[in-house]
Design a protein around this ligand. Structure first.
Ligand code: G4P
Length: 542
């Protein structure tokens, strides 16, 4: 669907309203390595969506967060974002939910889990660096979910990798076919526009004198127009022509079905800083990003058009408001209409809860939204009844598939500051584990089982220590462990004991009893997999 074909509101029956609201929802996340330009691109998308008036405000907000935010005290102390948030804005009749994924030192399991709530992803690459470590990890999560992944090659305003080589690197590294839909145009080494292959036109941009705070002026010209030849000069024009011909002849043909299945990625070139290429990307993005799709449940797929409300919890945020010590469960709506006052069942426990007006999020602000539909994310105040992965539904039969746990990359031994408060500590660890804020394991030792915590990002450790002390009255110290490569093991007990005896492995037991071996590096893990032939090693818990 073209942005201009976005559904228009009209007074209709509830089911037509549901269809219309589902059709216009687009829920996505940006995956990237730190510094690729995610904040800058987010800001430009909000600018085009009219959610902010001047680019620069997201960053300015980041700087003034200490004064304005009511988020966790730790967040304020550090001046960074510990958890993901959701930004909602309208563009060309579409309602867009941009799920923010923390990227820097605040990277955590939440970042992965947020992707489970997205219907598509934008993979943002730095034109000098191509695919980097974080992008690769996040891409794999999206790939497993088979959602469309649209690539934006950023920072084209400064010299980078040759565009052809860059897409080749992406294909080799990630095993995904790339189809460039725009191609960068350079004039005297400067990035001046993009050629849109499907529209067969060059878009030349002229920068306004406001440091990228507003849209650039755009001139549209056919590839062979005399004006384009005159503007670029014959040599640059013929170079562009050759590249387009090469792409047409040797590149992967456009394949909408492969894009929808996440096997082909449409690629756009641009510069979030100068806004060059952002709007053509955004317009096309709305064609490739799907509206909410049927979601798998224990009893088969549930259509978003099912009138009864259903959704699942993909994140729990504790203490967003320190004055009230509340928890907010972030729920991705999968079907129906969120109606305050109606009852939903928590599938895991069979308990019913009554829905309050939904809390919705514009960037860092919590507001009470009037209504919510499939694809939207709402925050529900929780007093400890909900867990990550819980299904909430009017129909008690609906249970969505579990959210996968992601293997920790860091481990630390927990030393209670006060041994007399050990019960508080165990209680806190259990609750943090249920909430998804920590992965908790126990290792045998002379003094009984010692707790060990695992995390995807190191900042999760600081959050754990903070919360164990503040919320559970169990101050503790974490001793980082050198191991980082976990493998969940099955096989005969003697073989597991033998494998665990090797000195660079730490044997740990997950709380529900499945042994885990953690290795110092990937090489040691591979060695064990190849040599301990009696055992099965799984890189993820489930
Ligand atoms: P992140 O959220 O992915 O970590 O990246 P962020 O947007 O903060 O951008 C990281 C740096 O890259 C910033 O520079 C930003 O200005 C720059 N950047 C983003 N997009 C572009 C682009 O299209 N072209 C160029 N040339 N640079 C870009 P900084 O110096 O770290 O910060 P600042 O002083 O500019 O705020």
């Amino acid at each position: 669907m073209c942005p201009s074909e976005a559904p228009h509101p009209s007074p209709t029956s509830p089911s037509t309203t549901l269809t219309r609201e589902v059709d216009r929802r687009r829920t996505f996340a940006i995956i990237s390595h730190p510094d690729a330009g995610k904040t800058t691109l987010t800001e430009k998308l909000l600018l085009y969506g009219g959610a902010i008036h001047l680019a620069g405000s997201v960053k300015a907000r980041r700087a003034t967060r200490q004064v304005t935010s009511d988020w966790m005290a730790l967040e304020r102390e550090r001046g960074i974002s510990v958890t993901s948030s959701v930004m909602q804005f309208d563009y060309a009749g579409f309602r867009i939910n941009l799920l923010d994924t923390p990227g820097h030192q605040d990277f955590s399991e939440d970042t992965y889990r947020t992707l489970v709530a997205a219907d598509s992803a934008v993979m943002l690459l730095d034109n000098r660096k191509g695919v980097e470590e974080r992008t690769r990890q996040l891409f794999q999560v999206c790939r497993r979910r088979r959602i469309p992944i649209i690539t934006f090659v950023n920072k084209c305003d400064r010299a980078g990798e040759d565009p052809l080589r860059l897409i080749q690197d992406v294909e080799d590294d990630l095993g995904v076919a790339c189809h460039p839909l725009t191609w960068p145009i350079f004039h005297d080494g400067a990035f001046v526009g993009v050629y849109h292959r499907q529209r067969s036109e060059a878009l030349l941009f002229a920068r306004r004198d406001d440091h990228g705070a507003s849209r650039p002026t755009t001139t549209r010209l056919p590839l062979d127009s005399n004006r384009l030849i005159a503007l670029l000069g014959p040599a640059a024009h013929s170079h562009l022509r050759d590249e387009i011909e090469l792409l047409d002849a040797a590149g992967h043909p456009f394949d909408a079905a492969a894009i929808a299945a996440g096997q082909q990625s449409p690629v756009y070139y641009g510069s979030a800083l100068t806004n060059f290429g952002v709007e053509p990307f955004l317009e096309d993005f709305l064609r490739f990003a799907p509206p909410p799709q049927p979601r798998e449940s224990a009893h088969g797929p549930v259509s978003p058009l099912t009138p009864d409300l259903s959704g699942f919890v993909f994140k729990i945020q504790a203490n967003m408001d320190p004055k009230h010590r509340d928890r907010v469960a972030f729920v991705r709506i999968c079907s129906g209409h969120y109606t305050p006052g109606s009852d939903v069942t928590i599938a895991r426990t069979g308990k019913k809860i009554r829905l309050a007006p939904p809390q919705q999020f514009l960037a860092r602000e919590r507001t009470h939204g009037a209504e919510a539909w499939p694809g939207d994310v709402v925050g529900i105040l929780d007093r400890g009844l909900l867990r990550i992965g819980d299904t909430l539904a009017v129909d008690p039969q609906i249970t969505y598939h579990d959210i996968p746990r992601f293997p920790p990359e860091h481990f630390a031994r927990v030393h209670p500051a006060d041994p007399l408060r050990r019960k508080h500590l165990d209680n806190g660890l259990r609750e943090l584990s249920e909430e998804g804020a920590a992965q908790v394991f126990y290792a045998d030792s002379d003094i009984g089982p010692t707790p060990i915590v695992g995390a995807v990002g190191r900042l999760q450790f600081d959050v754990m220590v903070f919360r164990l002390e503040q919320e559970y009255g169990a101050p503790c110290r974490l001793e980082p462990l050198p191991h980082s490569n976990p493998r969940w093991v099955t096989g005969p007990a003697e073989a597991i004991d033998r494998a665990a005896a090797h000195r660079n492995r730490l044997r740990i037991y997950v709380t529900h009893g499945q042994p885990l071996l953690v290795f110092e590096d990937a090489w040691a893990a591979r060695w064990a997999e190849e040599n301990e032939t009696d055992l099965n090693f799984a890189p993820t818990p489930y």
